[in-house]
Design a protein. Structure first.
Length: 64
C-alpha cells in the first residue's frame, strides 16, 4: 500500500512536469512557425500544460 502511494505521487509529479514541458515546447514551436515572439505567453503555456498533466493523471486514476 505504501509503495503504491509513492508510485502514484511520483507519476503525478511526472505528469505535471511533463505537461509543463509540453506547454513550453508547443509555445516555442508555435513561435518558430509563426515567426513571432511569444515569450510573453510562456507562463500561460506552462500553466495550461500543467493543468493538462493533472487532468491526465486524474483520468488515469479514475480508470484504475
Amino acid at each position: 500500500m505504501k509503495n503504491e502511494k509513492k508510485r502514484s505521487a511520483g507519476l503525478t509529479q511526472i505528469s505535471v512536469i511533463g505537461g509543463g514541458a509540453a506547454g513550453w515546447g508547443i509555445n516555442l514551436g508555435l513561435g518558430y512557425i509563426a515567426d513571432m515572439d511569444l515569450t510573453h505567453l510562456y507562463g500561460i503555456s506552462i500553466l495550461l500544460g500543467v493543468i493538462v498533466g493533472l487532468l491526465w493523471d486524474i483520468a488515469d486514476k479514475l480508470n484504475d
